[in-house]
Design a protein around this ligand. Structure first.
Ligand code: SAT
Ligand code: MN
Length: 589
């Protein structure tokens, strides 16, 4: 009798009608066979899927160019279809399941004609962890097959664990004809199913990432008592060799990847990397919060990455291993056959093709797409923590949340307790940059950096955070950071990058109860004498402006947050309303 997984694949093949079915085993040999297919057989427009880059300077690296209208996640075409609209909440697009399936079936019928259907069995999380999830995704493009091999634990192990059972998360992906009008990324949490058609872009197509590890997993975690979060995981080692583990959620364009691979400027301090995007958090037997990274790779933004801003990522990208490294929509230095992006070097290479493969002439435009990306195995990261391979994960002492705020938020502050931290996290907002939107400096509410990724009603999500806090015997402290505060002349007050280790030092010392702090209306702030500033040109006065609290702006912030909270109606937990009232009183009392 055919196994459940074979039956499911047969059913999908009957609908999509591929020329052949290719079961992937995750081996090295197979990876290069798929890349060959991408170079010789598959195309987007008239462009091959992969271009082999200079293997001496960029070992095992390939360039991929997407369809020009398929360069980012499309939140407006992303749906979470719980049986009822209220469970999906105002934070998700929703349509009735019947209507959603009808649309998807008509778009998917025969969509793989003449193509290869790759079957990708993979595990999100460590195979020996009770929290890991087995998944199977089918796709009709080699780029996605290879990307999934880098980003997940793909291959025979997953098949072995799945065995005859039908206990696996299902992902159906096809690039369709890449027409944005025929594009949908739909989630069916009650069926453990993601169905995505019309896009080959990362978050829309690598279903293990945002679709499974955040949207579906957050819902599973809600029901099972754990959290799936949009967070990096790092270990901070101090002069005595003690390592404190932290998670951090920052919206895009807030230096999240740089923080995950931070190169310390403080002697004796070192940051160990465990993850750059997603953390699954569960309550351990010891009553502490533990974190695992379900992924195996980095899918990071290329522009701005260079030996100064992120030397460790540069090393990771250049390392090369039997996992290929992919560059998507970067520019191409023709003479060297190397990828290039803005700020990689100070000068433009002489002969450059832009991200669409045209000769780059107009220096008023960007050569690499602002959202051009690299896909690289985490195993190539020189600062990878050995605990990454521990199925238990790591115990978390602090949760860092934050955003980009030119004024308002101090460089760092600590919430008074878990509930207060959840409240501040729920009203989190960040200013957009030109890379993310054409309007610069527009404020977007993005609670816990999860707004586009929470697979259920965010009012329930806030309640779930509060519940988790109650169950933790020893909850992590919750901190807020803002690297982007500016002075009156619009200049950044804080140097950022490697110097952020100073903020991490203060945070870890607070978790170890080594130092006290100044209690204010919004939480605890560092004392000047406790904050490591040696070697930086930061006066007491400048320090004060990094940490000043402007009553008027905070009142204004509260007003905006109130309007945001109202969207969630009766789902909004009462405790957060209480916190709201307390803060309002403190600010004005
Ligand atoms: O959404 S993606 O996974 O494509 C990129 C990101 O926002 O982290
Ligand atoms: Mn992300």
């Amino acid at each position: 009798m055919a196994k459940a997984i074979e039956k499911w694949v047969e059913k999908i093949a009957a609908l999509t009608q591929p020329k052949e079915i290719f079961w992937c085993d995750g081996s090295e040999k197979e990876a290069y066979k798929i890349i060959e297919k991408g170079i010789k057989e598959e195309k987007i427009g008239n462009m091959p899927i992969f271009h082999k880059l200079n293997q001496k300077s960029w070992p095992f690296s390939y360039l991929h160019r997407s369809h020009p209208l398929d360069v980012a996640r499309t939140e407006n075409l992303t749906f979470v279809c719980h049986p009822d609209k209220e469970t999906s909440g105002p934070n998700n697009n929703w349509m009735p399941e019947k209507e959603a399936k009808e649309k998807l079936i008509s778009l998917t019928k025969g969509c793989m004609k003449g193509k290869t259907m790759y079957v990708l069995p993979f595990i999100m999380g460590h195979p020996q962890s009770p929290f890991s999830k087995c998944c199977v995704q089918v796709t009709d493009i080699s780029y996605v097959a290879i990307s999934m091999r880098i980003m997940t634990r793909l291959g025979a192990d997953a098949l072995k664990i799945i065995g005859n059972s039908d206990n696996f998360i299902k992902g159906l992906h096809s690039i369709g004809d890449l027409d944005p009008k025929k594009r949908f990324i739909m989630h069916f949490p009650h069926e453990n199913l993601v169905w995505s058609i019309g896009s080959g872009y990362g978050g829309n197509a690598l279903l293990g990432k945002k679709c499974i590890s955040l949207r579906l997993a957050s819902w599973i975690g809600f029901k099972e008592g754990w959290l799936a979060e949009h967070m990096i995981i790092i270990g901070v080692e101090d002069q005595n060799g003690n390592i404190t583990y932290l998670v951090a959620a920052l919206p895009s364009a807030c230096g999240k990847t740089n923080l995950a691979l931070l190169k310390s400027t403080l002697k004796g301090y070192k940051v160990w990397t465990l993850g750059d995007d997603i953390a699954w958090l569960y309550i351990g037997e010891d009553g502490r919060l533990w974190a695992i990274n379900p992924e195996m790779g980095f899918f990071g933004v290329a522009p701005g990455t260079n030996p100064k801003t992120n030397p460790i990522m540069m090393e990771t990208l250049k390392k090369g291993s039997f996992f290929p490294t992919l560059f998507t929509n970067t520019a191409l230095d023709i003479d060297k056959n190397e990828p290039w992006w803005e700020d990689l070097t100070t000068n433009y290479p002489k002969n450059l093709l832009d991200w669409q493969g045209n000769k780059f002439i107009d220096h008023n435009t960007k050569a690499a797409h602002p959202n051009s990306r690299f896909t690289v195995s985490i195993t190539q990261c020189p600062t990878l923590s050995k605990e990454f391979f521990n199925p238990k994960g790591v115990p978390i002492s602090a949760i860092i949340l934050g955003g980009r705020r030119a004024s308002l938020a101090p460089l760092v502050y600590e919430s008074l307790d878990w509930q207060h931290g959840v409240f501040l996290g729920a009203m989190m907002g960040s200013e957009t940059t030109s890379a993310a939107s054409h309007k610069v400096g527009v404020l977007r509410r993005d609670p816990m950096a999860m707004l586009p990724f929470c697979g259920y009603n965010m009012g329930d999500y806030f309640g779930h955070w509060l519940e988790i806090g109650k169950r933790l015997k020893n909850p992590p402290k919750i901190f807020f950071v803002n690297w982007f505060r500016k002075d009156k002349d619009g200049k950044y007050l804080w140097p950022g990058f490697g110097e952020n280790i100073r903020v991490l030092k203060w945070i870890t010392e607070r978790t170890q109860n080594k130092i006290d702090a100044e209690e204010t209306s919004i939480g605890y702030l560092p004392k000047f004498s406790d904050f490591e500033l040696s070697g930086l040109n930061i006066s007491k006065e400048k320090f004060k402006s990094l940490f000043s609290i402007d009553k008027k702006s905070w009142n204004n912030e509260l007003m905006e947050a109130e309007a945001f909270f109202e969207k969630f109606g009766s789902k909004m937990p009462l405790q957060l309303k209480e916190e709201f009232n307390i803060l309002e009183k403190k600010l004005n009392g």
